[in-house]
Design a protein around this ligand. Structure first.
Ligand code: NAD
Length: 263
């Protein structure tokens, strides 16, 4: 029997595993896309151990557009309709500022984080159009709204907000919704290089967040699930911040401006 499928890119990553758990709990079959074979095998085992059901492994590099299209067509033919897409995979280099940027590093980040999302979303939309229904939810970042370093990553994440808005207006009349989730700091392996430079980095960052904490992968998965679910049926073309209040304003600056103590 053909099942209702959510296709999740970057599924074995920190946030990806939480997304897999959330959607499996909600009764979905997960098609898990990633380019890392060993990580994919670990994910398959984890989901088998936890839920007694495995994911559909889709080993694929998002930068290879034709292969991505073939992979999407194969999921649809062999397993059933992709009713939800979660664009979650991304790649960040260690290059945090423009001075150290090179054309190669710029290309590497843009080609995965922005072009890769286009490569995956386009063929999925073709199939969703045939059914006149579907939801695309893309994990962008607060880096898409304001500058926090990592310029190529940030440019790609800003591009994703625009891309989902374009999908929303063009495909809305075909019954398809598209939104972004914008996390602030989330404690995952994506921080490995920065943790090597400063093991205490998450503690240090907490002061910038009004809620005094950084998000967990589960916090992000809850927001993605909400936007993907029928509860969000009239929400499209929007971006939901999951950032412990970061983008609400600057508390430290507000204290200096007002010359008052907010504590
Ligand atoms: N961790 C954070 O602080 C944070 C903050 C804001 C936004 N985000 C976003 O959340 C999402 C998930 O981040 P994470 O922290 O779980 O990252 P992660 O590094 O743990 O996982 C990313 C996954 O994407 C896969 N991937 C990378 N390039 C790929 C490619 N070309 N083709 C296929 N797969 C590829 C990796 O193999 C990995 O499994 C990303 O979009 C990231 O930008 C993360």
């Amino acid at each position: 029997m053909k099942q209702d499928i959510v296709l999740i890119s970057g599924a074995p990553g920190g946030i990806g595993v939480a997304l897999c758990r959330k959607f499996i709990e909600q009764g979905y079959t997960v098609a898990a896309l990633d380019r890392d074979e060993a990580a994919m095998q670990r994910l398959e085992k984890t989901m088998q151990d936890e839920f007694g059901s495995s994911v559909i492994p889709v080993l694929c590099d998002l930068t290879e557009g034709q292969k991505v299209r073939e992979a999407v067509d194969r999921i649809e033919a062999d397993h059933g309709p992709i009713s939800r897409l979660v664009n979650n995979a991304a790649f960040i280099t260690e290059t945090g500022n423009l001075k150290r940027m090179t054309p190669e590093k710029w290309d590497a980040e843009i080609s995965v984080n922005l072009n890769g999302v286009y490569n995956l979303t386009a063929p999925v939309l073709d199939h969703m159009c045939q059914r006149q229904s579907g939801v695309v939810t893309t994990v962008s970042s607060v880096n898409g709204l304001a500058a926090f370093g990592h310029p190529a990553y940030s440019a790609s994440k800003a591009g994703l907000i625009s891309h989902m808005q374009c999908v929303a207006i063009e495909y809305g009349p075909r019954g398809i919704r598209a939104n972004c989730v914008l996390p602030g700091t989330v404690a995952t392996d994506a921080w490995k290089a920065r943790i090597e430079k400063e093991p205490n980095v998450f503690e240090l960052l907490k002061k910038w967040y009004p809620l005094g904490m950084v998000a967990t992968p589960e916090d992000v998965a809850e927001a993605v699930w909400f936007l993907s679910s029928p509860a969000a049926r009239v929400i499209t073309g929007t971006s939901l911040r999951v950032d412990a209040g970061l983008m609400a304003g600057n508390r430290l600056m507000a204290q200096e401006l007002s010359q008052e103590d907010f504590s």
